[in-house]
Design a protein around this ligand. Sequence first.
Ligand code: TPW
Ligand code: MG
Length: 536
Amino acid sequence: MTISLSLLNALKDYGAKEIFGLPGDFILPFFKVIEESEILPLYTLSHEPGIGFAADAAGRFHGNIGVAAITYGAGAFNLLNTVATAYAEKSPLVIISGAPGVHEGEKGLLLHHQTKRIDSQFEIFKEVTCDQIRLDDPKTAPLLIARAIQNCIKKSRPIYIELPRDQVFVESEKTPVEFKNDFDIEKLNACSEDFIKSFSGAKKAVLMVGVEINRYGLEEKCLRLAKKLNIPVVTSFMGTGLLSENSDQLLGTYMGVAGDDKVTNLVENSDCLIMLGVILSDTNFGASKQKINTTNIIHIEDEQVTVAYRKYEDVTITNLIDSLLLKLKDKEEVELKKDFTYPKNLVLNDDKITPSNIAKAVNDFMDKYGKMPIASDIGDCLFTALDMQNSGLVAPGYYATMGFGVPAGIGVQIATKKRPIILVGDGAFQMTGWELGNCSRYDLNPIVIVFNNSSWEMLRTFQPESKFNDLGYWAFSELANNLGGRGIKVHTNKELAQALEDVKDEKKFSLIEVIIEKGILSNTLDKFANGIKNLH
Ligand code: TPW
Ligand code: MG
């Protein structure tokens, strides 16, 4: 078997379902193998940021690795920001980059797409990936591939695989597929006992779940644990959309001053806050009303468990949950409090649309026709998404990169085969909205809701005096028709609800351009912006 087939089979064996890619001459031979071997389907898009975001979102929905393949230099550097996103947000993304052939660099000529040195790219990707390998030796390639993919899954962070173009057809071996789960059983037991002891002494324990429970495929086990502990469950800001299959068991999302008071008080007054896979970031905790009681916190992240102030290194979240479930095996599972509400029943009048009314319209639509996964960009659309019913959400909730929404939505539909809703602002749409032109080739029909306020409105909330936040009007709904979709422009609540009805059975992508006046924010962003101002 060749190196390229060894790599493709390994990706599949370790759980990849598809490859997103954009070729160039340094990776053309590998793309030929992808296409002709049919080991994994290939989806090409128009620009590398689209590739990275789509692959990341697809991986998040699979609860497994996403794969992005690009060419050397221009392609890889275009992808870089999306890899940084995946690193920051703990998404297991595999990057495969073409590269000059092993002997090409020896001629002394600069190669096209080369920056400073031939290995500059390899060095740069070290900062945004958790493992890097170069497949320039058929003898070592299989073991390197196995190591890198296992690290990707274990650490839930991106990895970088460089494939020199003259190595694609070199004979090699099959990549071994065996996952070792080596761990210190005594430490694990001590840790889970400490967990249970700390929890048992508390009167107001709360469980907050974060993105790691999605990345490691632990949502169901986590819910069982919560039922055995009989403990209220909330999600972190970034964890919004977790447990979507069981959202009636959730109390809501913790957002400090910007969120639901009931949830905020519960979390901030807890005497044992258990944070399972929660990233300690400013988006998750920056808006806290009062200091969270840290004396009896239990925090699990990055293979480290902290119980009160005691630290247990190298304990994985998966092993910990398994150990807890084992220790609690005789406890019955109690149905949790069903308290999760979301705004609905939009009044179908001629009033102008506010972001919060978009949440109501979407909630009404999903109540009528069933839940749809959501991909959101950053901007007021993400704050609005927090008011939508929990149906599975992908968003760059921590790294907060614009341009994520549209390609992520494409990745979601490819991964789940379910029709998604994409939420995106006009500013973010200007970055990657073009990718919608690829929907017709792949029979994708997302419903794209563009929050068109002709503005970088979120920036205006921080600095209202700056005129550069005015973007002017772009006619997105007209553009949609030329990209093979269907565009509808709406100004009023009635028109918005009608537009959703109209696209209910649409087979093309639908773009609902919602005109929003400048200065009109969602309730959540309004509370968040004011809350942050008052905190400082
Ligand atoms: C890649 C900085 C954060 S929010 C924002 C900017 C420029 C404005 C977004 O405008 P949009 O949404 O999409 O119209 P809205 O609701 O605010 O009107 N470059 C990147 N990412 C980020 N986050 C920025 C700049 C930013
Ligand atoms: Mg805007």
